[in-house]
Write a protein that binds this ligand. Sequence first.
Ligand code: 6PG
Length: 245
Amino acid sequence: MTNGLPAQVSIYSDQETLSHAAAERFVSLSHAAIISHGRFTTAISGGSTPRRLYSLLGMPLYRDSIDWKKVHVFWADERCVDPSHEDSNYKLAADTFLLKAAVPLENIHRIRGEEGSALAAAEYQEELHRYFTGSQKLVFDLVVLGAGVDGHTASLFPGSPLLRERSREVVPVYLEKPKVSRVSLTLPVFNRAADVIFLVSGEDKADIVYEVLKSNNQKQYPAGLVQPFDGILSWFLDKAAAARI
Ligand code: 6PG
C-alpha cells in the first residue's frame, strides 16, 4: 500500500515485454518531469533484472526520445568495487546506456564504492545535498528497484538495523555472508520518491512476490517497506514471478 493506495501491479508474459514496458514508463516519466520542473532525476539499481531495461534505454527506439541533457542519474546502491569491476552498478549502467546516450558527465552522480563504504557513503550524501538544494527537495522522479529472494531491496537486507534509519539518506552496509561492503540509499529516500518501480522476474521470485504483495508479512521484508508517502508504487512482474499472486 502507498498513500492509502495499493501498489500498481502489472504482469507481463516475459522479461523482454516487462523491460519494454519499463522503458516506456521511463520515457514517459522523463517527459512529465522535464515539462513540470525542467529535469528528470532517477536512482537506479543493479542486479540482473534491469539489465535489459538499461540496454533498451541505450537503443535508438528509446534513447532518441529522451532529453538526456536534462536527465540526472543516481544510484540506489553500489558495491564497494572499482567502477570497472563486473559487479559495479555504475559499470552496468555505463555499458548499457550512459555512454550510448551520451549522458553529460555532470549528470552522472555515481557512488564511489572503490573508496570504501564509509567514505563513499559520506561523499554520496554530500553529493545529494549539493544537488538537491533549496526548493529542490530530495525527491527522485523515479527510483528503479529490484527484490532479492530474501526480500532485500537496494542494499537493505531483512533484519538490518538500517531499516530503522530515519536521518541519513545514505548508509554504508556490511554483509557478513558473503563478506562485502556496499553503500545504499535508505527507506526515507525511497519513500519520498514520486515514482518507484520494482522490476522482478523469474520463478525463484514467486514466493517473495507473494509475501510482499499478498501476505500480511509485508513489513518483514525491506522490499515491503518501500511504500512512497505521496508517490506511485508499481511492481512490474513477469508471469513466472507472479505465479503465486
Ligand atoms: C543490486 C541491487 C539489488 C537487486 C536485487 C535483485 O545492486 O544487486 O540493488 O537489490 O535489485 O538483488 O537482483 P536481481 O535483479 O539480480 O534478481
